[in-house]
Design a binder for this molecule. Structure first.
Ligand SMILES: Nc1nc2c(ncn2[C@@H]2O[C@H](COP(=O)(O)OP(=O)(O)OP(=O)(O)O)[C@@H](O)[C@H]2O)c(=O)[nH]1
Length: 385
């Protein structure tokens, strides 16, 4: 028994020593790890005392993975507005902004007596609407003659005015966009104009019209001068699934234009639209830049259209810009933007006269589909309300 009792005591003693050793070890580990956790905030995110001290960025951080997870989802492409509904909508908008001019003229022409004062008022109305001096005098002469000869006859003042306005806007000009290339090459449209005129917006809007017409387009963001313009164009393209070729900020616009047209040729696209920078710091600089862009493009495919974008609200300033650009590059068509924000639709006549080039498109709002082909008869009807 004594022998057994000794063994029992020995085993209990060993167990007690073992437990003491284990407890001692765990305790020392805890003491070692605790200071480490306390020294670094990042690896102690659950430490209750540290949470309130976290900077605002750290609070926002948990949201980041959600955004990352959402990113790979394919973008939902927008469907550009169909041509028919767009044109109906934009004609109404054109009428809203321009009918003041037509109504003013009609009220004057409908007076019982067309005396000299009235003709002067008619002239002033036309000049105020930016029609320009020579076209105004021409129109007044024609109206005087016709209303004197036909006055009170079969044609009403409204009919006479309509006919003369349509003839002033010149329906014979070819207003089709040169978007078709030869020999299987894409059409190449170079879009020029001063910054802020609505160039980038116009390129984006034309891109959407092409998508609506089932044409494959590629956009070249050669306005490398302003990073925001490149981003802006990229967004226009992304929304409708049109590729946008871009270079780093400040890169050579000609190299971006070259890449865009190369992509257009290699990928058998229908049209390449090239946005350009419109710095008017001096004519020689502009000429160098646009000349180089054009030369480089034409190593691959001819430029089929050069569109000059003009802000309709800038009046005489716009005319000066138009002149400079037309001296620098061979403009083949004009886009008049912001006609929705100007009652001075007469600029259509003035700029066509000045450059001998037709207005082909008009911008009628900031909405993505607010661009319409210019139709002389529809325009005059909008003027007359
Ligand atoms: N109301 C109205 N605004 C327009 C029209 N076209 C363009 N805009 C606005 O004009 C502003 C300038 O347009 P942009 O396309 O950025 O002009 P830009 O000539 O490309 O200038 P950069 O981007 O600097 O090269 C933007 O706020 C457009 O939304 C239009 O037809 N009507």
């Amino acid at each position: 028994m004594d022998f057994l009792g000794d063994w029992l005591l020995l085993i209990i003693a060993i167990l007690l020593v073992g437990v003491a050793v284990v407890v001692g070890l765990v305790g020392s580990r805890r003491r070692k790890t605790a200071p480490q956790r306390g020294t670094t905030d990042v690896i102690a995110p659950t430490e209750p005392t540290e949470a309130p001290e976290a900077p605002p960025e750290a609070v926002a951080a948990p949201e980041a993975p959600v955004e990352v997870e959402e990113a790979p989802a394919p973008p939902v492409l927008e469907k550009p507005e169909g041509t028919a509904s767009r044109l109906v909508r934009l004609r109404q908008r054109l009428s809203r902004s321009q009918s003041g001019l037509g109504k003013g003229l009609l009220a004057l022409l409908s007076r019982d007596r067309l005396d000299e004062d009235t003709w002067e008022d008619i002239e002033d109305t036309l000049l105020t609407a930016d029609v320009g001096v020579a076209p105004t005098q021409e129109l007044v002469e024609k109206l005087r003659t016709r209303l004197r000869v036909e006055g009170g006859g079969s044609a009403s003042p409204r009919e006479v005015l309509r006919e003369e306005l349509v003839s002033l806007v010149d329906p014979a000009m070819d207003r089709r966009l040169g978007i078709s290339g030869d020999d299987g090459k894409p059409g190449v449209v170079l879009v020029v104009g001063v910054n802020g005129a609505g160039k980038t917006t116009t390129v984006g809007k034309i891109g959407r019209i092409l998508v609506a017409e089932d044409r494959r387009a590629v956009l070249g963001a050669a306005d490398t001068f302003r990073a925001a313009a490149v981003e802006q164009l990229a967004t226009w393209g992304e929304r409708v699934g049109v590729p946008v070729i871009r270079g780093p900020e400040g890169s050579d616009p000609a190299s971006v234009a070259f890449e865009a047209v190369k992509q257009g040729v290699d990928g058998s696209y229908d049209v390449v639209l090239v946005d350009t920078a419109g710095r008017l710091q001096n004519k020689a600089g502009l000429m160098d830049e646009l000349g180089k862009v054009k030369r480089v493009i034409e190593k691959q495919a001819p430029v089929t259209e050069v569109l000059l974008v003009l802000d309709a609200t800038t009046g005489q300033n716009g005319m000066i810009q138009a002149r400079v650009f037309s001296e620098v590059v061979d403009v083949t068509g004009i886009v008049l933007t912001k006609l929705d924000g100007s009652a001075k639709g007469g600029i259509v006549v003035a700029v066509q006269r000045e450059l001998g080039v037709p207005v082909k498109l008009v911008g009628l709002g900031e909405g993505p589909d607010d661009l319409a082909p210019f139709d002389p008869e529809a325009f005059v009807d909008a003027l007359l309300g």
